[in-house]
Ligand binder design. Structure first.
Ligand code: DGJ
Length: 723
């Protein structure tokens, strides 16, 4: 059964006479084939090609002197390291007999609808690499991953297992975009020219990391035009579905070929496969847009919402107690906050850290997942019932992968912490990591989480992870297998979450790792939202959220309104803080006990407004109009899927010389439609507009009277009619 793409052709086609595969999305084509040496060779990825007759059978590239042989000049689709290959391979192995040469040849294929499997095998040994492709025609995305299987009779050690290599058309002058940062400063967008050589984007930390996020984009200079911007130009993008150590090797070869290879990080990597064993790589998703970075993001957002996330529904407005109370949680205190949160329209109340064991500071208690009897003498039930009675569901914080040395769990099972025997165990935030690669630790963890969720009406878990790996030993596995920890840790965490969700289908989960330390398409397959950053200071958030939006949709981007001053000692108006948070999934993290009547009134108004636009923000189309990286004005706009609603958010950092903020030209509207204008602050519209055409807003634009420092507003449009 084949799925049709544009031009009435199947999304995945094999052209037998040319030994080529064509993978079509609605906007792009991806072509590779089998060359005269029986090896898979990449042919093309970019704008849509519609005529199969244009495509020729593929031949290896020529040798460039004796120094660059065919293995380096030819774009291997999934190349093993062997022969005279000097570019980044997808697979590198050592066999027990000492052989380290791997040359993969084509064996067979299976094509089912939008999926394709291509089996390759070493020219001598029964070492198989099967490459899986899936095309998401409407999302414009292609997924690839590989399964490596040892069918020989000797052990094989994998030293690199990558999901695949993406190629852009040969040429120079490309630019790389990526997201980097650190704790409390995540997802900063960097754009830099690609030059000959290698740029490594990676995490060696055992988890996705705040430092670099597994997403990239490459835009083209185009002989015929400028580089890409928000609306124009060719952009190739990719994201890896993996929450452990990962790497992207971005190369420009001496032969003008830019390529990106991604998968498990090869640093300290060794994955032995006994005869009959296999390893699956993470999925690597890639897409192409000729509508600039704006369309590239919208494609990836759509793909993530429709094909990655477990839930399609928009997120509820939540309250979280962390910034208000830190570890000082107890039943009366939480009830007092819950009552106030319900008053302003919150739908989910989440109790954060501090409710269990001897957890009064971050020095003790992690691992002891029983309710602290002093803080909650009657267990969690009274609080949960109270919260439910106020019309909210209840969520709770957990950090399942960690243990404080000062805990009953550690005293009982010191061997459960990741360690090299006899070596120091480096603490971070006074905690060690439980070795989730061990199946006994995995079972124990699943057991207490399952019990917690089964015995209490818990709708939501905030799953935190507050440090990265150190001393990643796994003595029980034995020296030959210890390094499997880099893969097994994460796959066991995935298994726990998957089993928990299967058993509790209504349970929702947030992935948090000290803010945005575990944000990737692997964790998003099994969680509903992510914590963007512990930095909730609204002005800093504009850039963190902008970078985040290049890769991930607003639906998963948790954004809280919190008290000011906050990071940087900065104070911004409560309205500004609300509007920044309303560009994602809205949460409230303030100490509501300190709010004035005015604060409550403003919050009630803003939350009510948010509820009218949240579907558009979370599940609509994003247009980045003014970047916080480029000037004092930041403006973002969202259009609902059906085009009936559009909403603008605008923020002014500082006014100078009494100047008016730049005119904002809207995007994504229907030029011939008329919209009713509902401004959050009608006084901020320079021209009083009750109704307006799409053409006027997109071409003439809208002037807003934003004044002073940290001014902000929002304008809502409702489509009236189309002509
Ligand atoms: C780090 C998280 O990012 C915070 O939101 C909070 O949950 C703390 N951990 C609690 O320890």
């Amino acid at each position: 059964m084949a799925c049709s793409s544009a031009f009435g052709q199947d999304a995945v086609r094999f052209l037998p006479d040319k030994k080529l595969w064509v993978l079509d999305t609605q906007r792009s084509s991806y072509v590779f084939g089998v060359n005269e040496r029986n090896q898979l060779q990449h042919v093309y990825w970019g704008q849509k090609l519609w005529r199969d007759a244009d495509l020729a059978a593929v031949h290896s590239r020529e040798e460039w002197a004796s120094f660059d042989g065919i293995a380096s000049t030819t774009p291997g689709e999934y190349a093993g390291w062997g022969s005279n290959m000097y570019t980044e391979p997808c697979l590198k192995v050592t066999l027990a007999d000492g052989n380290r040469d791997l040359v993969l040849g084509y064996v067979s294929q299976e094509l089912h609808g939008d999926t394709l499997q291509v089996v390759t095998k070493d020219i001598q040994y029964d070492l198989f690499a099967t490459i899986f492709y899936r095309v998401y025609p409407e999302a414009g995305v292609i997924e690839k991953h590989a399964v490596i299987e040892n069918k020989t009779s000797q052990p094989i050690t994998l030293e690199s297992a990558q999901a695949g290599t993406w190629y852009v058309p040969p040429g120079e002058g490309y630019r790389l975009s990526y997201l980097t940062g650190r704790w409390a400063g995540e997802t900063q967008l960097i754009q830099e020219d690609i030059h000959p050589g290698v740029k490594l984007l990676e995490s060696r930390r055992g988890t996705t990391s705040h430092q670099t996020n597994p997403w990239f984009a490459i835009d083209a200079p185009d002989g015929n035009g400028p580089r890409a911007d928000q609306e124009h130009g060719r952009v190739w993008f990719g994201a890896l579905g993996w929450s452990g150590s990962w790497k992207f090797t971005v190369e420009q070869t001496p032969h003008r070929q830019v390529r990106v290879t991604g998968g498990y990080n090869t640093f300290d990597f060794a994955y032995p496969l006994q005869p009959g064993e296999r390893l699956e790589t993470p999925p690597f998703y890639g897409g192409f847009s000729d509508g600039g970075f704006g369309e590239a993001s919208r494609l990836l957002h759509h793909f993530t919402r429709e094909f990655i996330l477990p839930t399609a529904k928009a997120r509820p407005v939540l309250y979280n107690s962390w910034e208000a109370t830190e570890f000082n949680v107890d039943e009366p205190g939480q009830k007092a906050l819950a009552e106030k949160a319900a008053r302003i329209g919150v739908e989910r109340f989440v109790m954060d850290d501090g409710w269990f064991g001897a957890r009064n500071t971050d020095h003790a208690g992690l691992g002891d997942w029983f309710v602290n009897p002093k803080k909650f003498p009657n267990g969690l039930q009274p609080l949960i019932q109270y919260v439910n009675g106020l019309g909210m569901d209840f969520g709770i914080w957990v950090e399942p992968e960690m243990v404080n040395p000062d805990s009953d769990l550690y005293r009982k099972h010191p061997d459960w912490a990741m360690n090299f025997p006899g070596r120091p165990r480096t603490e971070a935030r006074n905690q060690l990591i439980l070795n989730m690669a061990r199946d006994d630790v995995k079972e124990y963890t699943f057991g207490w989480l399952d019990k917690l969720v089964s015995e209490n009406r818990i709708a939501f878990l905030k799953w935190d992870m507050n440090r990265n790996f150190s001393e990643p030993g796994w003595p029980e596995a034995g020296p030959a297998n210890e390094k499997k920890i880099w893969v097994k840790y994460t796959s066991n965490v995935y298994e726990i979450i998957d089993r928990l969700r299967a058993k509790h289908p209504k349970l929702e989960i947030e992935s948090c790792s000290g803010g945005g330390g575990r944000v990737d398409l692997g964790i998003m397959k099994r969680t509903d939202e992510v914590w963007t950053s512990d930095n909730t200071e609204a002005y800093d958030r504009l850039r963190i959220q902008e970078g985040f939006s290049y890769a991930y949709p607003a639906q998963v981007m948790m954004a809280w309104v919190t008290d000011a001053p906050n990071y940087n000692g900065r104070t911004t108006p409560l309205k500004f803080r609300f509007l920044v948070a309303m560009m994602g999934s809205l949460g409230i993290g303030n100490n509501l006990n300190k709010w004035s009547g005015e604060d409550f009134a403003l919050a009630t108004k803003m939350i009510a407004y948010y509820k009218t636009i949240r579907n558009t923000v979370q599940r609509g189309q994003l247009y980045r109009l003014f970047s916080p990286r480029e000037g004092d004005l930041t403006a973002n706009q969202y259009v609902s899927k059906d085009g009936k609603q559009a909403v603008l958010f605008a923020f002014l950092r500082s006014q100078q010389y009494g100047r008016l903020a730049p005119t904002i030209r809207w995007r994504g509207l229907e030029e011939h439609a008329v919209y009713r204008v509902k401004a959050l602050d009608p006084g901020k519209l320079v021209e009083k507009l009750d109704t307006v055409s799409g053409a006027y807003l997109q071409n003439h634009g809208l002037d807003l009277s934003l004044v002073g420092d940290y001014d902000s507003t929002s304008v809502l449009l409702e489509r009236l009619e189309s002509h």
